[in-house]
Design a protein around this ligand. Sequence first.
Ligand code: 5RP
Length: 294
Amino acid sequence: MADLDSTVAAKDYGLGTPQTVPASPVKGSDQLDFGMRHRLGRIFAQDGRTVMLAFDHGYFQGPTRGLERVDLSVVPLAPWADALMATRGIMRTVVPAASDNALVLRASGGPSVLKELSDERVAMDVTDAVRIDAAAVAVQVFIGGEHETQSVHNMTQLVDAGLAVGIPVVGVTAVGRELTRDARYLGLATRIIAELGAQIVKTYYCDENFAHVTAACPVPVIMAGGKKLPVLDALTMAWRAVDQGASGVDMGRNIFQRQHPAAMIQAVRSIVHDGVDPDEAAEIYADLSGGASD
Ligand code: 5RP
């Protein structure tokens, strides 16, 4: 027969211990609503950092090099990414719905490479992001660009729509050719994006005072990769960005345009999550790729 007395006595109401929940590891997110925090927790690991793999380039560039067949080139890299950033077209056709990566949906678009790139609009309804189970939506913001106000408005529209359903917004600093990627410009752009409500900011690394950019941004800054660089340079840039306060990286071409993309994403991951330095990470790339230098 069950020992009811001891069962009752074994109950523990934790009297005297105040109820708590752990603080969020994601910068600036402690006062957000539950769904928003839950989604941010899918993008950022417990260390507060993320390896996001960007392959949304087709939304204005078409089948750029390395992305001719996303199913062949990028999908096999998913196990080493915390988050995947793509358009809804690629999500629905190529990214396996069974994937357990956080999904970041490209939500702005309009002009192709043949036109003025800053002339974007919001390119999807947030209800579709809910249907896709997106962890965030991403929008370009062209501070100083020809269509600056329109692009800021695109972002604030998405921030309002995202707040209504608990989906965070990644504001991407889109730097026009005529603008200098220095700490002054990037500090201006990232701060405007965060002030106007984005929960994550993606921006480029700059050699001087990148720490000032991350310090002055009240939400996580993730580093954009940019054009393909030599392996060690790309890894050094990622290491420096994280060392100076970035909450991870959102890299595309520096991963998927390599001879050995799987080796590169593992090398990047070792920097972001394991604190490996760039030389060691380059060795990881060399080991996993059988000695490749590119
Ligand atoms: C387009 C984007 C892209 O997602 C991202 O910047 C491309 O990644 P990478 O520059 O590392 O190839 O936001 O502007």
